[in-house]
Ligand binder design. Structure first.
Ligand code: SF4
Length: 508
C-alpha cells in the first residue's frame, strides 16, 4: 500500500527523539551517503553512541574497508549463544541479506524481525512494535536473553532501544545500535554485542550472587580468551597454561550467558583477537589485566607465556620451566613443516598478524599483511615482531591496498578475501580464502605450528596447474566476450562519459 507523507512533518523535531531524515531521498541503505546518515543519527540524539564507536573503532588511515554488513558480526554472536533470541530492526533488504548470510553459515536458529515502514517510523509505532515483540518473546523457560539490533535506518532515526525494559520475567533485554556508518567492520560489531553483554553481566555480578559455570569453577585460576577461534585452540591454550598453574577460561563471545560471569571472574584476559575494545573496557572495569598477542609459533608463545606469567604473578622460574618444556616441540613442529615461497596476506578476522607470524616462522617470505581491523595496543607485540622482519602492515586495509600489494610483490600465493583471491587466480597465481581455509585451522602452540603448512604448501604446488589453465583458456570469456553467447561476441566502442544526471527530487 502506498503511503503518502508530509515531508515538513518528517523534518519537525519529535518529542520521542525519532528523526526521519534518514528515510528521505536515497537514504535507505549502505549506498546512501554515510555522512547524511551520521548527521541524521546525531540529530536524532545518537551522538553519544556514535562518539563511543568513533573512539572504540577508529577509522583511519582509510575511511572504512570494504566489508560485509557490519551488523552480521553482532547477529552471529547472538545466534551462537544458547537460550538467546536475536531480533533485527531494519530495512527488509538488510534483514534479507543478514538472515541469508546467517543461514549460509549454519545458524540453525530463527532470526526475529520487526519490520517497519515510513508510517510506523514516523508515528513511533516501530518502537512499540519492538517492545511488543520483546514482551511476546521473553519466556524464561526458553531464553536467558533477548538481543535487539537496530540496523542503519532505525539507528539513524534514533529508535530508542535504551527505553526497552532491562528484564522481563528474568529474561535480559539487550538493545544495541549497529549501523554501517558507525561500526566499521563485522569483526568490531561482535565486540559491540559482547561488550554490551559483559557490561550487563558485570552489573548483575556486582549486585548479588550469579550462576556458577556449568562444569563448576576450575581449581586453577583461569585466563579468559577474547576472540572467536578454532575449537581446538582453547584446548591447546589450556595445555600451555597448565605448567603455569593456570587454566583456559571461557571464550568471549561466549556460547552461554552464565559463561560471561566466569569470564569476568578470570585472573586475566588474553586478547587473542585485538579488536574487542568495548569488551576490554568491561574486563578492566572488573579489575582484570589484559594481555595482547597470542601463543603462536616459537617466539609468540615464549613472549605470551611470559606476559601471562607476569600479570598472574607466576614465579619467573615456573615460567622459564614452562617455556623450556613447551618451546622445543613448537620449534620441532615448525621445522618439520617448512613453507617456501612469497605470500601476501589479507583478511578481516583480526588474526591476520598472528597468521603472518606463523608463516614467517615456517620459512615463508611475507612482504605484506592487510587487515580490516584497526591498530590497537593488543596487537602491538605482533606489529613490532613483524616489522622487525620487514613486513609491511596495513591496518584498515582497503581492497585497493591488498590488490596493490599483490601487483607490487607478485607473490607465489595470495591469502585474502574473496575479491583478492579472484584477482590472483585470474592472474594465474594460487590463492587461498583467509576466512574459510586459514581461520578454520588451529593456530596456537605446537598444533598450530604445523597446521598451516599442509594447506599452504598444497596451494603453492598448484602453480603449474594455473599456468596450464591460463594457457588453455587464454583470451576466452574475458572482457567483451564474458558470458554465454549464441554468436561470436563483438567488442563494442566504449561510450563517452555521460553528464551527471539531474537530481530526481525527494522520494516519499
Ligand atoms: S544495515 Fe547493513 S546492509 Fe543495511 S544499510 Fe546498514 S550496512 Fe547496509
Amino acid at each position: 500500500m502506498a503511503v503518502s507523507l508530509d515531508i515538513a512533518a518528517l523534518r519537525a523535531p519529535r518529542p520521542d527523539g525519532i528523526d526521519l531524515t534518514a528515510t528521505q531521498g536515497d537514504g535507505l541503505g549502505c549506498h546512501a551517503g554515510k555522512d547524511a546518515m551520521r548527521a541524521a543519527a546525531q540529530a536524532a540524539g545518537m551522538s553519544e553512541t556514535l562518539e563511543q564507536y568513533r573512539q572504540d573503532y577508529p577509522a583511519g588511515p582509510h575511511d572504512q574497508p570494504q566489508s560485509m554488513c557490519p551488523a552480521f558480526g553482532s547477529l552471529r554472536v547472538g545466534l551462537r549463544m544458547r537460550r538467546t533470541m536475536t531480533i533485527l530492526s531494519g530495512s527488509a533488504c538488510c534483514v534479507y541479506g543478514l538472515t541469508f548470510t546467517s543461514h549460509f553459515y549454519g545458524a540453525r536458529r530463527s532470526v526475529g524481525y520487526v519490520p517497519f515502514n515510513s508510517e510506523t517510523l514516523v508515528t513511533g509505532k516501530l518502537f512499540e512494535d519492538i517492545r511488543d515483540a520483546v514482551h511476546a518473546s521473553a519466556k524464561p523457560e526458553d531464553y536467558d536473553a533477548i538481543v535487539v539490533i537496530n540496523l542503519c535506518v532505525p539507528t539513524a532515526s534514533g529508535v530508542p532501544l535504551r527505553l526497552l525494559p532491562k528484564q522481563i520475567d528474568g529474561v535480559r533485554v539487550i538493545g544495541i545500535d549497529v549501523p554501517g556508518f558507525g561500526v566499521p567492520t563485522h569483526a568490531e560489531a561482535k565486540d559491540v554485542l559482547a561488550g554490551a553483554m559483559l557490561k550487563f553481566a558485570r552489573t548483575e555480578a556486582e549486585s548479588g550472587p550469579v550462576q556458577a559455570p556449568r562444569g563448576g569453577r576450575s581449581e586453577r585460576p583461569a585466563v579468559a580468551l577474547l576472540g572467536e577461534m578454532f575449537p581446538a585452540d582453547p584446548v591447546v591454550i589450556g595445555g600451555l597454561l597448565e605448567p603455569l598453574g593456570l587454566s583456559a577460561g571461557p571464550v568471549v563471545p561466549t556460547r552461554e550467558w552464565r559463561e560471561l560471569y566466569g569470564a569476568l571472574d578470570a585472573a586475566a584476559v588474553a586478547a587473542i583477537h585485538p579488536f574487542y575494545t568495548a569488551s576490554v573496557r568491561e574486563f578492566e572495569a572488573a579489575g582484570r589485566p589484559v594481555v595482547g598477542s597470542a601463543p603462536v609459533g616459537h617466539d609468540g608463545t615464549a613472549d605470551w607465556l611470559e606476559a601471562i606469567g607476569n600479570v598472574c604473578d607466576v614465579p619467573r622460574e615456573t615460567v622459564a620451566a614452562a617455556q623450556n618444556r613447551l618451546l622445543p616441540a613448537i620449534r620441532g613442529a615448525l621445522s618439520a613443516a617448512p613453507i617456501r615461497g612469497r605470500i601476501t596476506l589479507s583478511g578481516y578476522e583480526g588474526s591476520e598478524l598472528l597468521v603472518a607470524r606463523l608463516l614467517v616462522e615456517s620459512g615463508a617470505e611475507v612482504p605484506y599483511v592487510g587487515t580490516a581491523c584497526p591498530r590497537t595496543p593488543w596487537s602491538e607485540p605482533d606489529r613490532i615482531w613483524l616489522e622487525e622482519r620487514g613486513v609491511i602492515i596495513r591496518y584498515r586495509a582497503s581492497l585497493e591496498d591488498d590488490l596493490g600489494a599483490f601487483a607490487e610483490f607478485r607473490p607465489d600465493l595470495a591469502i585474502g578475501t574473496t575479491p583478492v583471491v579472484q584477482k590472483a587466480k585470474e592472474a594465474g597465481t594460487p590463492a587461498l580464502y583467509f576466512t574459510n581455509l586459514i581461520s578454520a585451522r588451529p593456530l596456537m602452540g605446537a598444533a598450530g605450528a604445523g597446521s598451516l603448512a599442509k594447506v599452504v604448501n598444497a596451494a603453492l604446488a598448484n602453480r603449474p596447474r594455473f599456468d596450464a589453465m591460463r594457457d588453455f583458456f587464454e583470451g576466452v570469456g574475458t572482457g567483451h566476450a564474458a558470458g554465454i553467447w549464441q554468436e561470436v561476441p563483438q567488442a563494442k566502442a566504449v561510450p563517452k562519459a555521460r553528464a551527471p544526471e539531474k537530481p530526481v527530487g525527494e522520494m516519499v
